[in-house]
Design a binder for this molecule. Structure first.
Ligand SMILES: *[C@@H]1O[C@H](CO)[C@@H](O)[C@H](O)[C@H]1NC(C)=O
Ligand SMILES: *[C@@H]1O[C@H](CO)[C@@H](O)[C@H](O)[C@H]1NC(C)=O
Ligand SMILES: *[C@@H]1O[C@H](CO)[C@@H](O)[C@H](O)[C@H]1NC(C)=O
Length: 440
């Protein structure tokens, strides 16, 4: 146990003054009420913004007068209807107006990884819906609320080397170009979900975890990348630049590392999770940016706030949380207020694997309904190319080929992504390793 804890103790010694965002998912049957969550975050943590996967009014209200920024999400299935200005106005009247500005609503995310999941109907309506919703906000005088839409890194054709990256043909000028134009005009951020967890292999362990390593050499730029986060972010940047939008801010809408997982996924453990999240917080709060974006800051949302026992089916999916449902830290990376101390005993909270009787998903409508892999549902995603990101949060209805169900309670039906992801990640890892050995 001490061996496991040692690296965590090192992290505890780092200065702990990070302000960071977190994704507040709710697929658990043992999670505390939103009012307690809001109070806890405000009084005890450095978390200054949250993102939710729906427009749950109980949660939105709970964050009123806390000064914590709240980003909400339009369910994928609602996108087509929002291209009608009357519907958009009604949506704003229902979901935003009663709660704003008491609750500091920051972003409205229009859908989740829409390009990745499709169907085409949603993809075609995405940018128009963003524009109509924005116009509706302006009309209400809510100009400060930004509109964006998070993407999986499946939008990239490749990320290795970063200098050669580009968006997938079709999506580039069809959707991403117009979206970037809109984001530029409205001074909003381009949201991506990079997960180095899914690019992990034994050989690139250190590269994925912000630990010292030989790096990935990019011949065209002469840059040696020392971590995969930089590699992925620069790949996004290069792709944006190719479309003419190098200066639109990039928001890290989801990234994380599970503290436990299926036995085969040895890299899912508390030590690695602490290492990754600690490295990430240091990275994004340093203001260093990346090799191609020096000095740039990235608004960042860790996935996720809590371990969520109704996610799955893999154990990895249930264990992305920074906290247990009882607010104990799963690992300590300085996210608590300094005054709470980091004590060198992480409150016995290192979770190995969740044992539990309460973990069995209930048969309620909240239960994630999907058990299929994301790639089976994503006809637009080319399975043969390197895996660079993860659909940690699949949209409602993505388990079938039918149109997403706007009414589904499955807000973040996380799908049985992980085993598939690991499979593709293994492939991508081979590519990365080859690149390291060939280029260095
Ligand atoms: C909103 O979130 C709370 C807490 O997770 C949950 O109890 C409630 O059922 C949700 N409401 C809706 C309408 O989904
Ligand atoms: C909180 O929950 C974790 C995981 O279920 C458990 O190990 C721990 O003992 C709990 N802590 C308290 C103070 O209840
Ligand atoms: C996927 O990529 C492979 C290799 O680059 C290519 O041969 C194939 O045509 C692509 N498939 C689709 C559907 O884009």
């Amino acid at each position: 146990m001490n061996q496991i804890l040692a690296p965590i103790f090192l992290l505890i010694l780092l200065p702990a003054a990070y302000a960071i965002g977190v994704n507040y998912g709710t697929l658990g049957d043992n999670l505390p009420p939103p009012s307690q969550v809001a109070h806890f975050l405000k009084t005890q943590t450095n978390i200054d913004r949250v993102k939710i996967f729906d427009v749950n009014t109980t949660i939105i209200k709970a964050f009123a007068n806390t000064n914590i920024l709240v980003s909400v999400t339009v369910p994928n299935g609602d996108i087509p209807s929002l291209t009608d200005p009357r519907n958009a106005r009604r949506w704003i009247d229902t979901n935003i107006k009663p709660y704003y500005p008491a609750t500091k609503i920051h972003y409205i995310c229009v859908g989740t990884e829409v390009l990745h999941w499709g169907p085409q109907d949603l993809i075609d309506n995405l940018v128009p819906a963003m524009k109509v919703l924005h116009a509706g906000l302006v009309k209400e005088g809510f100009d400060e609320i930004k509109i964006s839409s998070p993407h999986s890194l499946g939008i990239l054709m490749s990320s290795d080397p970063p200098s050669g990256a580009s968006f997938r043909p079709g999506w580039d000028v069809g959707s991403l170009g117009p979206m970037l134009q809109f984001l530029k005009e409205t001074k909003s951020g381009f949201m991506v979900n990079p997960y180095t967890y899914f690019g992990w292999s034994p050989a690139n362990n250190n590269f994925c975890l912000f630990k010292p390593n030989d790096g990935l050499f990019d011949k065209a730029t002469g840059i040696t990348y020392t971590n995969q986060f930089d590699q992925l972010m620069d790949a996004v940047h290069v792709s944006m630049k190719k479309l003419g939008f190098p200066d639109v801010e990039i928001v890290v809408a989801e990234t994380g590392w599970p503290s436990g997982g299926d036995p085969a996924n040895v890299h899912a453990n508390p030590t690695n999770a602490a290492q990754y999240i600690g490295g990430l917080m240091k990275k994004v709060s340093s203001g260093d940016g990346t090799p191609l974006m020096p000095g740039r800051k990235f608004e960042t949302y860790i996935f996720a706030l809590f371990n969520e026992n109704l996610k799955g089916p893999s154990l990895d999916e249930k264990n992305f949380g920074l906290f247990q449902p009882n607010f104990t830290q799963v690992y300590n990376v300085g996210i608590m207020h300094a005054s709470q101390g980091p004590s060198p005993s992480p409150s016995g909270s290192i979770a190995d694997t969740p044992t539990s009787s309460a973990d069995a998903p209930s048969s309620s409508a909240d239960t994630p309904s999907s058990s299929s892999g994301p790639f089976d549902d994503a006809p637009f995603f080319n399975k043969t190319t390197p895996f660079t990101g993860s659909p940690g949060q699949a949209p409602p209805g993505s388990s079938t080929t039918t149109a997403p169900n706007a009414n589904a309670n499955v807000r973040e039906s996380s799908i049985g992504t992980t085993s598939m992801n690991v499979f593709f990640a293994a492939r991508s890892a081979v590519v990365v390793i080859l690149a390291i050995y060939l280029l260095v």
